[in-house]
Design a protein around this ligand. Structure first.
Ligand code: SF4
Length: 300
């Protein structure tokens, strides 16, 4: 299935070398197969994969504005149901800007209405396509063109927006996080999500060598280091019950992930300690939730 001619994202697209989102999309399509319609918001993967009159997509694909990919995906799914094509899966695909910021209102509405759509965010942690502006998913301390590191601030001063938990708060039965460094886990989650009726949300972490200022040959190394340091955690929340998919016996020092990325090069020792402490606390909270009998859906 993985021979180049069988890939559903054809080579020759215009992403930068080592582009994490391009890897995510290839992995995603290996899991979906052909019986799928992809609705994709404006963003890096849209711009680079569909320069008219060419396209890298070998499945039905529609370009949607930044703000309404979830609305369009809802409409596509309802139209397919009307035509008796219930078996065709629909994915609303967007980067973090198109999903968790500009497209958030449409995402929230579509999840609340309960459409049978997989909402999939490929999170490269900033608006890369338009020049590396900060998004709600940009991590604390990262320098972007709108959260520059200087004398006033040391990069972004807010923590990453927790959209998977916001999705749970919409009553979704399946919510998960993933990483391109763990393709089997990511693909299993896509298959599971698509087997469940109703709305589901998947958030995949993927490095952007250009926006992060790191070596494109080490994209997977950085994706893996994010998980090993606890700065990105892999989990599923099914029927409100959280399960961690990777549990390092001890989290690695945050420095192992942060160093080597230009967006973090201004960070001082105390900033790194603060980030490390936050990652540890967050991971401990996830462990507590995993060990809890309480379903998160019960508090809705
Ligand atoms: Fe990929 Fe980043 Fe280049 Fe966009 S800017 S194509 S996300 S590497």
């Amino acid at each position: 299935m993985n021979e180049p001619e069988n890939e559903l994202l054809a080579p020759g697209h215009r992403t930068c070398a080592g582009c994490g989102p391009a890897i995510a999309i290839r992995q995603m399509l290996r899991a979906t197969g052909k019986n799928v319609v992809i609705c994709e918001a404006t963003g890096c993967m849209e711009v680079t994969s569909t320069a008219y009159p060419e396209t890298s997509w070998k499945v039905p694909w529609i370009h949607v504005l930044f703000e309404n990919v979830s609305s369009v995906a809802s409409g596509v799914k309802e139209a397919l149901i009307k035509q008796g094509k219930d078996d065709v899966k629909v994915i609303a695909l967007a980067g973090d800007g198109g999903m968790v910021d500009i497209g958030f209102r449409a995402l929230s509405g579509a999840m609340e209405r309960g459409h049978d759509v997989l909402f999939l965010c490929y999170d490269n942690e900033a608006y890369m396509n338009t020049g590396v502006q900060r998004s709600g998913a940009t991590p604390f301390g990262a320098a972007t063109t709108t959260s520059p590191a200087g004398t006033e601030i040391a990069g972004k001063q807010e923590w990453k927006k927790n959209v998977p938990f916001i999705a749970v708060a919409h009553g979704l039965k399946y919510v998960a996080t993933a990483s391109i460094a763990y393709p089997e886990d990511f693909q299993a989650k896509i298959k599971k999500a698509l087997s469940i009726k109703g709305p589901k949300y998947l958030h995949v972490h993927c490095p952007c060598p250009v926006g992060w200022g790191c070596d494109g040959a080490k994209t997977i190394k950085y994706a893996k280091a994010a998980v090993e340091t606890g700065l990105w955690a892999l989990y599923e929340i099914e029927e409100g019950k959280l399960k961690l998919n990777t549990k390092p016996s001890e989290l690695k020092p945050a420095e192992e992930y942060l160093r080597g990325q230009r967006r973090f090069k201004h960070l001082k020792e105390e900033d790194i300690k603060k980030i490390e402490k936050h990652a540890k606390q967050r991971f401990d909270h996830l462990l507590e939730l995993e060990n809890s009998e309480i379903s998160l859906l019960k508090v809705l």
